[in-house]
Design a protein around this ligand. Structure first.
Ligand code: CA
Length: 381
């Protein structure tokens, strides 16, 4: 009996000791208690940011991305990251976002890296390269092919942290007030076309003009420009470009899958706690996919509307014109590497990735699209 009692008592003592040890292990030491309090304070701190964009306020497609990004981050963070979005011209001009966020006028911007070619010619490669990678390939290069590391390195020089935050897919070649039947028709043609594509048009005899989206329609309608590219059917319809020019050309050789960007002031980024940084990383990647999905879903009906309701004349650029543009592109893109050592490293990362992905996609994506092919819209007419 006594032996049993002693055994029970020892078991109770042992259990008590275990509990004490467990509590001792779980209970915060004085130092970590203070850390917990600090972390608790950080968890409730609200970060109020401004995001300035290149797009007119409330523009569908491109302009929806910054609004959706801000909405998602507000919900994900339970209001701790509260971002107010400004359209082009509301806080600073459409093409002043890079400098404004760099200097801290706003904490975040949304645009396209080719608008900042003046800072470094290689910046454009993070948006799009004529005859270069499409949306799927850009995402592969940026997120798994070393592109993002180089983009971060380039933007760090300007106190910025970039993120991929949207992609339109292959764009249209643009709107022209006359037919393009040969390379002669490009001579002296004043066309709104940004990025490397603008330089290529210049080599082919055209006159590139850089205008933010909000100024395109008026410039085309008043004859300041003869032609413009913008995005694709969904976004072009929203701008009513079909009322200012009749001929709508494809394919968008100059923008085969441009990455849109979000960029954050580096000081503002470093001030965020790790969980909010992770939310920005995730939300931008979600928006990057979201834009491509929306364009993929909406371009089809928009093109039908343009052709069937607005009598738009759909045309394919002639092969010999494409060939001249292709040769000029190779020349212009190769010159990017000469700008400085970082530009060369960006070029030396992009081009081999393009070669590799093109080789594989020739027997996968492209081979599949070829076997799926139906007659082109003109052939079907
Ligand atoms: Ca465009």
């Amino acid at each position: 009996m006594r032996q049993q009692y002693t055994k029970n008592r020892m078991l109770r003592l042992f259990a008590g000791l275990c509990l004490t040890l467990v509590f001792a292990a779980c209970a915060p030491a004085p130092e970590s208690a203070q850390e917990a309090t600090r972390s608790g304070a950080a968890d409730t701190q609200v970060y109020q940011w401004k995001m300035i964009t290149t797009w007119p306020k409330n523009l569908p497609g491109l302009g929806a991305a910054p609004e959706r990004l801000a909405d998602r981050l507000r919900v994900m963070s339970n209001g701790r990251l509260d971002i107010k979005v400004y359209g082009a011209g509301e806080l600073v001009g459409a093409l002043e976002g890079f400098d404004a966020v760099s200097q801290g006028t706003a904490q975040m911007g949304h645009g396209a890296a080719y608008y900042w070619r003046g800072k470094n010619p290689a910046a454009a490669m993070f948006a799009t390269v004529p005859f270069g990678m499409n949306a799927q390939e850009m995402n592969g290069w940026l997120h798994y092919g070393g592109g993002m590391e180089l983009w971060r390195e380039l933007y760090a020089k300007f106190n910025l942290v970039p993120f991929a935050a949207g992609n339109s897919g292959v764009q249209m070649a643009g709107w022209f007030n006359k037919e393009i039947n040969s390379i002669d028709d490009l001579q002296g043609l004043k066309m709104r076309i940004p990025g490397i594509g603008g330089e290529v048009l210049s080599r082919a005899g055209g006159v590139p003009v850089v205008l933010p989206g909000g100024e395109i329609f008026t410039a085309l309608q008043t004859g300041v420009i003869d032609a413009t590219e913008w995005v694709g059917p969904y976004n072009d319809l929203a701008f009513s470009l079909h009322t200012a020019a009749k001929y709508y050309y494809y394919p968008g050789w100059h923008e085969p899958g441009p990455t849109l960007e979000a960029f954050v002031n580096k000081d503002a980024w470093e001030a965020l706690p790790p969980d909010l940084q992770a939310m920005v990383e995730s939300a931008t990647q979600a928006i990057n996919d979201d834009m491509l999905s929306e364009f993929t879903a909406r371009n089809n009906a928009a093109l039908d509307t343009l052709i069937n309701e607005h009598d738009v004349q759909l045309r394919r650029l002639p092969d010999d014109v494409i060939e001249v543009l292709r040769l000029a592109s190779a020349e212009v893109v190769a010159e990017i590497a000469d700008a400085d050592p970082l530009a060369k490293r960006i070029y030396d990362s992009y081009m081999p990735f393009l070669q590799d992905v093109r080789r594989y996609h020739s027997i996968s994506e492209q081979a599949y699209l070829n076997v799926r092919q139906e007659p082109s819209p003109e052939q079907a007419e």
